[in-house]
Unconditional design. Sequence first.
Length: 245
Amino acid sequence: MIIADNLSCRYNERAYLTKLSFHVHSHLNILGANGTGKSMLARTLCALLPYRGSLTLHHTELHALSSNTIAKTVSYIPAKLELFDRYTTVETFALLGRYPHKAPYKDYLQSDYDDVTATLTQLGLDTLRHQPVHQLSSGQQQLLLIAQALIQSTDIMIFDEPTANLDPHNSVIFAKLLRQLQTSHTTILITHDLTLAAYIQGAVLFMHDHTASFYDRADSFFDTDNLQRCYGVPFHPQTRTVLYE
C-alpha cells in the first residue's frame, strides 16, 4: 500500500510537483501529457528524489526506510534500458535483480539462478541468456527490464511506459502479466496508452500543472467528456480513442 498526503517534490525550479494526495491499494495508472512530472513522481516513490509532505509504504514513512529495505520493497522499470558495459549478458543483467536479497560478500544461490531461468523463460528470453544485452532489440531490452524487476521480488512494482518499445504481441503478453501481478503486488503503470490503462483498470492519477487529480475508479476518469477536458482533444464516445479529424 502507498499513501501520499500533500506530497511535493522537485528536480529544479521549473520541474516540480506540489500538493499531491493519492493512495494505491492494488493498482494505479499515472497518466498525463509529456513533461507533467510522471517519471519524477516515480523516482520520488523509489526514494531517488527528496520530498516534503507524507509518503508511506506499507504504513511506514519512506524516508525512515533503509536503502536495502526499499530495494526489497520497490522496483522501478524505466522506459529504456541504459547499459554501458558491452559484455554484460542477459543472464547477468537479470541476476542483478537478486542483489538486494544476496548475503554480503557471498555468491548468488542456486535458487537465484533458478528464478532467473524461470522468469526469462516466461518472457521468451531464455534462448538469449548468454547473449550480450547490447545486441538485443529495443523490445527485447524492455522485456529484460521487466524480467529483472520480477526477479527482484518486490511488493511494489512501478512500470514507466513499459510498452513503448513492444510490438502488439508482446504488449498483450505484458498487459496480461500486469493483470496477474495485481493479485499479489501493488503495481503502478505510467503510460500514454489509454487503451492499456483502461484494460488494466484501477485508480488513476492524472498529472497536470505541477500537481495531479486523483480518480479512485478508472471508469470515472475514462468518461469521454472527462478525457476531452483532461487532454484538450476530442475522443470517440464509444471507443474513447482520439479523433484526428
